[in-house]
Design a protein. Structure first.
Length: 275
């Protein structure tokens, strides 16, 4: 996503919201893949912050961790909460002015890529900026369906009341981690640990904050990512090795977990290795 801070001048912004005037003190918030143009009224100066979508989703997850099961849940939650893809935030000239030194430092720190020793300084400045502007972002009420409430448990285990870890949950995790390539179903897994499917679902979610099948999908995505990075296996062969036999299903699930398709992930991994 992008945040454009108007520092000088004015313009007419053209985007999802139609035509809107912007001037000093305004911030334009644009979701990923949102087209936006402008017609300056004389001249305009802006500072633009680019935020990776996965980074934003991770922040949403921790901000609302008491409500969310995992980062896949956080992605859907964010899409519903921030449903307007383009917004103009009217901070006012005085409030926006206090952000300018922080924005200048962010630009300086990120110009050639943030050095490791300045990483936390950059994070601190970014969070200071977000702390000021986020209250101006319009959100929508988020409703969880009856199916979602039945299929998930609120929040990761460490944010809920602690309970002894059931041995059956640990056994189920060991089975999935030892052989993710097997054709696991909830019925088969529950039989292996001598519980009913409903009992295992409840015990597993209480222990790990997600259902057994969601855990398995995440595990397979992690192992597929490793194979794509570290081997030259054809993508379909790598998918079968982690237990996915439908390329379409595997690609969709992998993209939900990682953010890009397996093909694109391998391309990016090779580009990074070459660099």
């Amino acid at each position: 996503m992008k945040l454009l801070f108007v520092r000088h001048g004015s313009a007419i912004m053209l985007s999802e919201f139609g035509e809107r005037p912007v001037s000093v003190g305004d911030v334009i918030a644009l979701a990923a893949n949102t087209l936006c143009g402008s017609e300056p009224e004389g001249a305009i100066t802006v500072t633009t912050l680019y935020l990776d979508r996965d980074y934003v989703i991770d922040q949403v997850f921790w901000q609302h961790a008491a409500l969310l099961v995992d980062r896949l849940d956080a992605r859907d939650f964010a899409d519903e909460l921030y449903s307007e893809p383009a917004q103009i935030l009217r901070l006012g000239e005085d409030r926006a002015g206090m952000l300018m030194p922080w924005l200048d430092e962010l630009v300086a720190l990120s110009f050639d890529g943030p050095p490791p020793e300045k990483f936390y300084r950059l994070q601190a400045r970014l969070f200071a900026v977000l702390d000021v502007i986020v209250p101006y972002v319009r959100t929508t009420p988020v409703r969880r369906s009856q199916t979602q409430r039945k299929a998930s448990r609120p929040g990761p285990p460490w944010l809920r009341k602690f309970a002894p870890l059931r041995v059956e949950a640990r056994q189920a995790v060991d089975l999935l981690r030892d052989a993710p390539e097997q054709r696991w179903t909830l019925q088969r897994l529950s039989a292996a640990v001598h519980l009913s499917p409903s009992q295992l679902g409840r015990v597993f979610a209480d222990a790990y904050g997600k259902t057994p099948m969601t855990y398995l999908a995440t595990l397979r995505a992690e192992r597929l990512a490793r194979l794509l990075r570290e081997t030259d296996l054809p993508i379909e062969a790598a998918m079968r090795r982690v237990g996915w036999h439908s390329r379409g299903h595997a690609a969709r699930t992998f993209r939900q977990a990682v953010g890009v398709t397996p093909t694109r992930y391998r391309e990016l991994a090779r580009q990074k290795a070459a660099a």
